[in-house]
Design a binder for this molecule. Structure first.
Ligand code: UT7
Length: 335
């Protein structure tokens, strides 16, 4: 059996900055409310004139990651792509990235696990490398939220939180023992699927049905979130996933060098930081400037932390996420 380790990292966010005050043109809200409840100061939203999409952002992030891995597109054996906002209902975005990067006809797998998407994707890629099937896998998370948010006071509890962006990692075969991904831990609890969901259009809520009903209050094509319910579950499941990762490797909280939590809400990350008695240098947050970028959030944060020199050879790095599904999980890495 082989190990897998991250050999390249990259991210891309649109240039267009939307501050909390900018949001007031569409809804009743305030910088004070958003910062106090979420920690967010601004987010990036695609400027439609740029024609940027979930896949184009993903391809840009991927190019950086491949270059930093010292590889070319032809060295990549497989793509695992996580998003909840694909360019098209089908096919998924993985194939579009394969085409945009002019890669050979390698396989492209789409992962639908929302905020935990990158954790799930990394775990899947790790298994393919462990078995020896593939040597270099491109693992990507990308989201275009701004294209599908309700820009009105009715949608404000969701709309102010989400931002656009993409992150990518190259996961490569590693023959050193105790290096790279040590373990991954994946969970779900589908009975809470509707607490954070976008129900239509789907085969359960198809477009003609929505149009026929002509109900102005039917906004099932916008994301819905039961914020406080999600928050309460998030703090518990985040903690569980981290503890599970530590235990599986015979480690303790004092062994953590860097925790990269999914950027759902700064208050959730701060709660986890206190619980695990971590210093500010041991947790990386960037929700202040990007908002919640769902499947892209963990990988953008990991890339930034690495770029800033906050992750060193031999560090114990834990990635953890929780979100719609509910799904949650962690990945434990010896850098
Ligand atoms: O990434 C996936 C996982 N997601 C999460 O983990 C998110 C978890 N949940 C949260 O982060 C928080 O629940 C939110 C930030 C979404 C909301 O914060 P909250 O403290 O739970 O607020 P709330 O939804 O209970 O709303 C409190 C009040 C309401 O007004 P009333 O009924 O008390 O008069 C809302 O209408 O705040 C109002 N409100 C707003 N006011 C200004 C809701 N959104 C806004 C807004 N600006 N954007």
């Amino acid at each position: 059996m082989y190990n897998s380790k991250i050999t390249g990292l990259g991210y891309f966010v649109p240039d267009n900055i939307v501050t909390n005050d900018d949001l007031k043109q569409w809804m009743e809200t305030s910088d004070e409310w958003i910062q106090e409840r979420t920690g967010i100061k601004e987010r990036r939203w695609i400027d439609p004139a740029t024609k940027e999409t979930t896949s184009t952002m993903a391809a840009k992030a991927a190019k950086i990651a491949i270059k930093r891995a010292g590889l070319t597109k032809d060295d990549i054996d497989f793509i695992v792509f996580a998003t909840l906002s694909p360019d098209m209902y089908f096919p998924g975005g993985g194939v579009r990235i394969q085409d945009m990067l002019e890669m050979p006809t390698i396989g492209a797998l789409d992962v639908r696990n929302q905020c935990s998407g990158f954790i799930y994707s990394l775990s899947v890629a790790d298994q393919f490398i462990k078995t020896g099937m593939y040597k270099n896998i491109l693992v990507i998370g990308s989201e275009n939220h701004s294209g599908g948010l309700e820009r009105s006071t009715r949608g404000r509890n969701v709309t102010v939180i989400f931002g656009d962006g993409a992150g990518a990692a190259v996961l490569s075969r590693c023959e050193q023992d105790g290096k790279g991904i040590l373990s991954s831990h994946l969970h779900s609890e589908g009975k809470h699927a509707k607490e954070l969901a976008l129900e239509g259009p789907s085969t359960g809520r198809w477009v003609p049905e929505i149009l026929a009903e002509n109900d102005p209050d039917d906004v099932s094509y916008y994301p819905y979130m039961n914020g406080q319910f999600v928050f309460k579950h998030a703090v518990v499941r985040f903690s569980e996933a981290i503890v599970e990762g530590l235990k599986a490797n015979g480690l303790e909280k004092k062994d953590i060098n860097m925790l990269i939590p999914h950027q759902a809400n700064l208050r959730i990350a701060q709660f986890i930081q206190r619980k695990f008695e971590l210093s500010d240098d041991q947790v990386y947050n960037n929700i202040m400037k990007y908002g919640n970028t769902t499947a892209a959030s963990v990988i953008i944060a990991l890339t930034e932390a690495w770029e800033k020199g906050k992750i060193h050879e031999g560090d114990l790095v834990i990635l953890a996420a929780f979100g719609s599904g509910f799904t949650w999980g962690s990945v434990v890495i010896r850098w």
